[in-house]
Write a protein that binds this ligand. Structure first.
Ligand SMILES: [Zn+2]
Ligand SMILES: [Zn+2]
Length: 367
């Protein structure tokens, strides 16, 4: 799936400051990526990426300086950024929230019918005697939530960067200093949501950079601070309560990455004829390599630990050797987190040791 190319009048939208905006974001430590001219969606992937679907983690394009896969291509490399916007001055700019350590509260102001009471503030019952006349949009639901927590509404928070959107909405930018790894949500979702007409932009999402112009208008910083403040504690607690901690949800790989053939060969070499063991090995290594499609966290340590535990069981049942097992796990870990070898090795060793105490004989249930 790729975003459509911007066409027609969208191309006439001027982005005089887009390069400066993108460069400024990068100096804040926020990875940036382009938006299609005049739009708030990334430009289309290159022809090769369109024709052969793959996970962003398996894409060669970043190494070739291309911006395929939207926010997955985001970078703080000033040379890359300069090259992108010099070649495409009409591109807008966006920030990949997760790796930037940002949580942006996206307040909408769309006309529309107010949903049932249980969907105004998910998880918080609003009794029938509470008068909801005048409740129309995300400003109101966010103010209601803040009032319940005896706190000022983030929409009024002048201590942090607030950006007016062309449609009358508001982006309230915060830093997640503890890197708790909050995930995105849409306020209209019947699943995870903070409040009706309030979206959360965090891991797995991006946010239009301040100063960017689309065909709808300019994203304009409001008076007050122009840098993000730390996420207020009460709001962090609300995000936890409403299920925005990503380690609490299942991974959803977009496109399966390829498990190394060596995994299959290793099992066959250790005894042969072990289709079941191969499948188990494939699955657990896949869980680890799939973390490559998410910029940070994604429960990576937990998945690596579970994989090592399972593989430890395969080793003690004689399906593969300890050396090969450790190497396969380390390869998978490197695919997902290239710069965390020492951490990964420690996780792998302890997982393998724990798993080895419970031999995993394929075909039998494991307690
Ligand atoms: Zn590409
Ligand atoms: Zn690609």
């Amino acid at each position: 799936m790729t975003a459509p190319q911007a066409v027609g009048s969208d191309r006439t939208v001027r982005q005089p400051d887009a390069l400066a905006v993108a460069r400024w974001c990068a100096t804040q430590g926020w990875p940036v990526h382009p938006l299609a001219p005049g739009r708030k969606t990334p430009p289309a992937n290159c022809q090769a990426c369109q024709e052969s679907p793959h996970s962003p983690g398996d894409c060669a394009c970043p190494r070739s300086g291309r911006w395929c896969h939207g926010f997955h291509a985001a970078t703080v490399d000033q040379d890359v950024i300069t090259a992108w916007w010099q070649a495409n001055p009409d591109f807008g700019a966006a920030v990949a929230c997760g790796p930037a350590g940002l949580v942006v509260i996206d307040v909408d102001s769309h006309p529309g019918a107010v949903p049932p009471r249980d969907r105004i503030l998910p998880g918080i019952p609003i009794h029938e005697h509470v008068d909801l006349d005048g409740l129309e949009n995300g400003y109101h639901t966010l103010a209601l939530l803040a009032a319940l927590r005896r706190s000022p509404s983030p929409a009024e928070d002048t201590s942090t960067l607030r950006v007016r959107t062309p449609s009358g909405g508001l982006h309230v930018w915060y830093r997640d200093e503890d890197h708790r790894g909050f995930t995105c949500s849409a306020g209209s979702s019947t699943g995870r949501a903070l409040a009706w007409q309030v979206d959360v932009r965090a891991h797995g999402g991006y946010i239009v950079a301040p100063g960017t112009t689309t065909s709808a208008g300019t994203y304009t910083p409001l008076p007050g601070a122009w840098t993000p403040a730390p996420l207020p504690q009460w709001l962090a607690e609300e995000l936890v309560r409403t299920g925005h901690l990503k380690d609490r949800q299942e991974a959803q790989p977009i496109v399966p990455a390829t498990v190394p053939d060596r995994a299959r060969q290793a099992v066959v070499a250790a005894g042969g004829g072990r289709r079941g063991a191969e499948r188990v090995l494939d699955t657990v290594l896949q869980d680890v390599t799939d973390c490559a499609t998410t910029p940070e966290g994604a429960g990576f340590t937990g998945k690596l630990n579970r994989a090592a535990y399972t593989v430890g069981g395969l080793v003690s049942a004689g399906h593969l050797t300890p050396t090969v097992a450790e190497q396969l796990l380390l390869d998978a870990a490197r695919t997902a987190r290239p710069s965390q070898d020492r951490h990964s090795s420690a996780v792998i060793r302890s997982g393998l040791a724990a798993g080895a105490r419970q031999p995993l004989h394929i075909g039998k249930a494991r307690g």
